[in-house]
Write a protein that binds this ligand. Structure first.
Ligand code: SF4
Length: 143
């Protein structure tokens, strides 16, 4: 949902939110410069926010601009994929790699019965399959 619009140097950036159009100046937290420079995560998750990383030695998510993160991230916490229902309303979001956050009972049922059972260790392949299933169930997914 976020893309870097401008780079000012000294780990400062202007980021653009695809959904809201909001632009925010963020700075990589001083203790996370090394994590910013490590871009290996994007081989597995090419659509992830540029400031999304895993905690070293774990697959737990972290935001490396936490101190200056955009307002929408403060309101909704970090998410990387947005799920919309047939009328375009937000039905859920996906946090970390495979965690659904949703109050939509149909979506949570589809997730439990068809998506949690996908036996695919490769994350991009899992994501493609998950999106195909949700589309068939009437949802769209924004990356
Ligand atoms: S909270 Fe998540 S989406 Fe927001 S800037 Fe941080 S990593 Fe990106």
């Amino acid at each position: 949902m976020h893309a870097i619009r401008e780079e000012y140097g000294d780990y400062r950036f202007l980021v653009h939110n695809h959904y809201t159009g909001e632009e925010t100046q963020v700075t990589v937290d001083p203790d996370k410069h090394g994590l910013f420079n490590d871009k290996s995560l994007f081989e597995k998750l090419p659509h992830a926010c540029p400031f999304f990383r895993h905690r070293p030695g774990s697959d737990k998510a972290m935001c490396i601009v936490h101190q200056t993160r955009p307002e929408i991230c403060r309101d909704y916490t970090c998410w990387r994929l947005l799920i919309l229902d047939h009328s375009g309303r937000r039905a859920g979001r996906i946090r970390n790699i495979r965690t659904l956050c949703s109050d939509d009972s149909h979506l949570t049922n589809v997730w439990a019965s068809c998506i949690e059972t996908i036996d695919e260790p490769d994350d991009p392949k899992w994501e493609d399959e998950m999106i195909r299933i949700l589309r068939r169930a009437g949802y769209s997914v924004r990356r």
